[in-house]
Design a protein around this ligand. Structure first.
Ligand code: HEM
Length: 223
């Protein structure tokens, strides 16, 4: 059985509440932070606090960290099991997902908002661009941010395949005869609002801090 499936009771976790033998619960998952304690960027003392050591630290954790911290492999490895009979309820962003949080998305593209300019095709286009950003651009932006290298050729090729750069230049003759976004939008239907969506998606991904400057490099901007 993988260590992340091991069923552990809350009573058991409470026993591991001291320096050298330290467990905590975050969102029904049990983490052994005995050794990590001394490497914790937030210091060791907070982890030895009576309300944290051997306890459910979900609120304390989410008050101070982004969810993505727990998704990093070096921290995922700290998980030793799950609380018996309980289920995790918190998750990070779902790939390609359009946020339901009020004002997290451009209002004119949110469901129920009527606009004389934006059509269903624009909304579908937004979804496709978001999915492309999440699955193709982000992973490479993160990796290139870490190693300082240029965007991967494979990513540039994929961008060329859907004609992202051509679309980024806006509507016009240069789109004629090209297949845009796998055929989702016809060259003669492509308008400034489609272009706006692409620009917004790149800006959004930079704001989220995913490979910040690197995301702009994909569009040919420079820091
Ligand atoms: C498995 C458990 C934990 C991991 C992997 C972890 C990891 C980290 C990391 C990577 C940082 C650097 C900042 C960031 O990237 O967000 C950090 C900062 C911090 N952590 Fe934790 N942490 C854990 C549990 C906790 C708990 C339970 C507390 C509770 C009280 C805590 C309190 C803090 C504080 C006070 C900071 C400094 C925040 C700041 O400087 O703004 N951590 N932690």
């Amino acid at each position: 059985m993988a260590s992340t499936e091991r069923q552990i009771t809350r009573e058991e976790v409470e026993k591991h509440n001291k320096d050298g033998d330290l467990w905590i619960i975050i969102d029904a998952k049990v983490y052994d932070i005995s050794r990590f304690k001394n490497l914790h960027p937030g210091g060791a003392s907070v982890l030895l606090d009576a309300e944290v050591a051997g306890q459910d630290a979900t609120e304390a954790f989410y008050g101070l960290h982004r969810h993505e911290v727990l998704e990093k492999p070096q921290y995922q490895r700290l998980q030793v099991g799950v609380i018996a009979g309980e289920k995790s309820t918190l998750h990070g962003r779902i790939t390609g997902e359009i946020s339901g949080v009020p004002y997290a998305e451009p209002t004119w593209l949110t469901a129920g908002y009527h606009s004389p300019y934006f059509t269903e095709n624009h909304r579908q286009f937004q979804k496709e661009v978001r999915l492309f950003m999440d699955t193709v651009i982000y992973p490479d932006a993160l990796a290139r941010e870490a190693d300082g290298k240029r965007p991967s050729q494979s990513v540039i090729d994929k961008m060329a395949e859907i004609n992202l750069h051509a679309m980024r230049m806006g509507p016009g003759k240069h789109l004629q005869g090209r297949k845009l976004m796998n055929g989702l939008v016809k060259p003669e239907e492509f308008d400034y609002f489609h272009e706006l969506i692409i620009t917004q998606e790149f800006a959004r991904s930079s704001m989220r801090g995913y490979g910040d400057g690197k995301v702009h490099q994909f569009l040919g901007y420079h820091r």
